[in-house]
Design a protein around this ligand. Structure first.
Ligand SMILES: [Zn+2]
Length: 472
């Protein structure tokens, strides 16, 4: 039985999909104006686990993730310089070139981290027509208004606007984080479509259709919130099962998605809303200006397995804040190596008999932990129960059991541990060493042990025989 913490109700709710056996999911994707940092990646790792848990629970998943390649401004509010434009100017590239560069890098990172690919990855710039249709329908319903810099959604006309995030709209009026746009009717109103500044030629801009704009023809580009609503409607339908994103999306981005979509369709946008907490770096929020914006290539440069980063993220629950430090990452790396040294036994154990119930039970508990609001820390503990059991059985353990644990680590966590059997030559050395020990020829035995050690293979002597493991 699956259960999720649902943001709108603030309760754990049993999961029941709209259509039995299948689940529709929308994940807010990246804004591709720079390399993703570890904080961004931790969010996609979280939702990878959601997909894996649903798949292991027998559901077929249909997921859409957007790529914001236009129109996401500096803040969640609608002021400030466009991130894409700012980055394009800095790198002396067009916004299109830049979007392609960072989209490609995102796809490569998804592969490296073994993140399940959404069935549809949709770019905002491929959905301009759909976004304009969305605006047209909202305009026909009398929910929009036009000011100098764009077409806005009138949040006062959506009475439930404050409900999702439990916003205090009165306070919002007084304590706006940014200089308010005096033309806006309400501080919470947001741009559906922004007009290009008259004196500026943008790389990415489109004609605003005549029936949408009032007055002279204007070029423009979509607001950030709109793309998600338009993509959900066009790819998944009026109501989806699960919508995911970061907790920072709750008060503005997701609140605005709901306002637009529910106004248009009259139906709830999603039945379950899951939000991941932040990953800090050295105890502070990840920020370019603080110089703590660590990217995947920084981890690779230190020759640390990216799977260790994934394990590090999963060691904490998605709803809790976690803290990235190099020490924490190294600890996860050691943990991963320990897992690897147990999995290496699949080539050494004597038995390939049917699975042991203790291993099966531990893995069933691990899946059950994932099904309880993606409790990855508890799932990891159960996987380690299975690994410890295998380890204590030494060479009497079953290869089938070991492969069952390995398969859970791959399918449940998306963690792939690279292990290799030793070479034929190394096997021969082990055989000779066993013979030497039988002959009580300790000198030869020690010498052969050193030979293997030089090849980064450590040998342990047990009652049943030698067990090797790779030195890291
Ligand atoms: Zn979104």
């Amino acid at each position: 039985m699956l259960r999720f913490y649902n943001t709108p109700s603030r309760l754990y709710e049993p999961f029941a999909p709209i259509e039995s056996g299948s689940v529709s999911i929308y994940t807010c994707g990246p804004t591709v104006y720079d390399y993703l940092h570890v904080g961004n990646w931790s969010s996609y790792i979280r939702w990878d686990i959601l997909v894996r848990t649903l798949t292991l629970s027998g559901y077929s998943v249909n997921r859409v993730m957007n790529i914001t390649d236009v129109g996401h401004l500096v803040s969640d509010e609608d002021d400030g310089q466009d991130k894409m434009v700012k980055s394009a100017l800095k790198h002396k590239k067009t916004a299109w070139e830049l979007a392609k560069l960072y989209t490609d890098d995102f796809m490569i990172g998804m592969d490296k981290l073994h993140l399940a690919k959404p069935q549809h990855i949709t770019k905002a710039t491929d959905f301009i027509k759909e976004q304009l249709t969305f605006i047209r329908e909202l305009k026909d319903k009398g929910m929009t208004y036009q000011i100098d810099d764009g077409i806005y959604f009138d949040t006062a006309k959506f009475p439930k606007y404050a409900d999702f995030a439990r916003l205090d709209l009165e306070n919002l009026k007084d304590g706006a984080r940014i200089a308010p746009n005096p033309q806006k009717r309400n501080p919470s109103d947001f741009a559906l479509w922004k007009f290009s500044p008259m004196d500026e030629k943008r790389d990415m801009e489109w004609d605003t259709p005549e029936d949408i704009v009032e007055g002279a023809p204007k070029k423009g580009f979509p607001g950030w919130h709109l793309e998600c609503s338009a993509m959900i409607l066009n790819k998944l339908g009026k109501t989806i099962d699960i919508h995911t994103g970061g907790i920072d999306h709750i008060p503005v981005h997701h609140t605005n998605e709901i306002a637009q979509s529910q106004t248009l369709t009259g139906k709830p946008l999603a039945h379950y809303w899951l939000h991941n907490n932040f990953l800090l770096v050295n105890g502070t929020k990840v920020s370019k200006s603080l110089g703590n914006s660590i990217v995947l290539s920084d981890i690779e440069k230190k020759k640390i397995d990216l799977m260790a980063f994934k394990l590090f993220v999963l060691q904490s629950h998605y709803q809790t804040e976690s803290n990235f430090t190099w020490e924490n990452l190294m600890a996860a790396n050691n943990r991963l190596n320990n897992w690897g040294s147990v999995i290496e036994r699949k080539w050494q154990v004597k038995s390939s008999a049917t699975t042991d119930s203790k291993v099966t039970r531990a893995l069933a508990s691990a899946l059950e932990a994932l099904q309880q609001d993606l409790d990855t820390p508890r799932a990891i503990i159960h996987v380690e129960e299975a690994l410890n059991y295998v380890e204590t059985r030494g060479l009497e353990a079953s290869a089938v059991d070991i492969m069952e644990v390995e398969s859970f680590i791959q399918n449940g966590f998306g963690i792939y541990i690279l292990t290799n059997d030793i070479t034929a030559g190394q096997k021969l050395t082990l055989k000779e060493r066993a013979q030497a020990r039988q002959n009580k020829d300790w000198k030869t035995s020690d010498h052969l042990r050193d030979i293997l050690k030089n090849q980064k293979i450590e040998v342990k002597d047990t009652d049943e025989g030698q067990i090797w493991s790779r030195l890291n």
